[in-house]
Design a protein around this ligand. Structure first.
Ligand code: FPP
Length: 315
């Protein structure tokens, strides 16, 4: 067994490099029980943390190297010091990452530079969402309407996607993030589909942040797809569907509704994004372009959300 400061362990375990911002502990165990022993230890660790009121603040994961990893997220006190309250954090945040092109133009750069800067912005925000215990984050990366952009720009976006999934997967996986693409991936070049599917497969069992990347996504197409699936089921079972049956066929099945929708760049539109899931979402429009949407801007949005009175039709 090694502790997290053991040099040999640090060298061997790539995770060590990527999770240093969290309070964490790694244990590597000799395990001849086909994983049962490790799982038992994990359960014990998790129960211990729960008893100590860390239940919302930690994740426990298990790697193929027989390592147990638990990542402690922000404690209530740490959140408080950022003027955030756990109970008032949204469970599901959706973001329209708008303004990459204008960001680049304002600097006399090509649109591609704006998209590249936009991708750079992701790491910190995903990390913060994960560490604060937000359940789900859905990012609008490529809409079903974006195909009308010049071919060269579409190519740049595809390349960025491949690069992103290949490069970031280690850190995302280490942080127990579960990645899922929503939308019709089949229209993308094979290299994009391959990178996305590989990221999904690698992280499928992760218990942490559900990170949905909307790719060739449009809410109307999603609703039609769900309606068709519902009709088919109704014909097979001779039963009229109820709301829950319909929701099962949405890409976001199993996730909470969106609590907070953020759009950057000052545009005040929904642009065919999650129209069903946004039914009761609080809307937040940031004036800055997406590449300028820092963690501080994100916290500002979270604080604004915390101050909203949500009534869901009640008083
Ligand atoms: C909107 O800005 C942005 C997009 C259409 C693409 C957003 C994509 C990324 C940030 C990168 C890819 C994402 C991942 C997950 C790797 P715009 O180009 O419409 O800007 P403009 O309105 O100023 O022209």
């Amino acid at each position: 067994m090694y502790n997290s400061t053991d040099k040999h362990f640090q060298r061997k375990n790539k995770w060590f490099q990527t999770i240093r911002h969290s309070v964490f502990c790694n244990l590597t165990l000799k395990d001849n029980s086909g994983g049962l022993y490790v799982k038992k230890i994990m359960t014990t660790v998790f129960t211990f943390l729960k008893r100590r009121n860390y239940k919302h603040n930690c994740q426990v994961g298990y790697s193929s190297m027989n390592s147990v990893l638990f990542v402690m997220k922000y404690t209530d006190q740490q959140l408080h010091s950022l003027s955030l309250t756990r109970a008032k954090l949204p469970r599901h945040v959706a973001i329209i990452m708008d303004g990459n092109g204008r960001w680049a133009r304002a600097r006399g750069q090509l649109r591609a530079a704006g998209h590249k800067a936009g991708v750079e912005r992701l790491r910190e925000l995903i990390r913060f969402s994960s560490d604060t215990g937000i359940r789900a984050l859905t990012l609008y990366a490529f809409s079903s309407e974006n195909w009308v952009r010049p071919e060269a720009e579409v190519r740049v976006l595809c390349n960025l996607l491949v690069e992103y999934f290949n490069k970031e997967i280690v850190e995302l996986h280490a942080n127990q993030v579960c990645i899922r693409a929503i939308g019709d991936l089949s229209a993308f070049p094979a290299r994009v589909q391959k990178a996305v599917r590989a990221a999904e497969a690698k992280t499928a069992e992760n218990p942490g942040l559900k990170l949905n990347i909307a790719l060739n996504y449009g809410a109307r197409a999603e609703l039609l797809r769900a309606a068709i699936a519902c009709c088919k089921r109704a014909i097979e079972t001779c039963q009229l569907p109820v709301q829950a049956d319909f929701e099962e066929h949405l890409y976001t099945a199993g996730l909470p509704d969106v609590d907070l929708m953020i759009r950057t760049s000052g545009e005040l539109r929904l642009s065919n994004f999650l129209l069903y899931q946004l039914a009761y979402a609080e809307l937040y429009f940031a004036d800055c372009f997406w590449p300028d949407f820092t963690k501080e801007e994100y916290m500002r949005a979270l604080r604004a959300y915390a101050e909203r009175g949500r009534r869901f039709g009640g008083l």
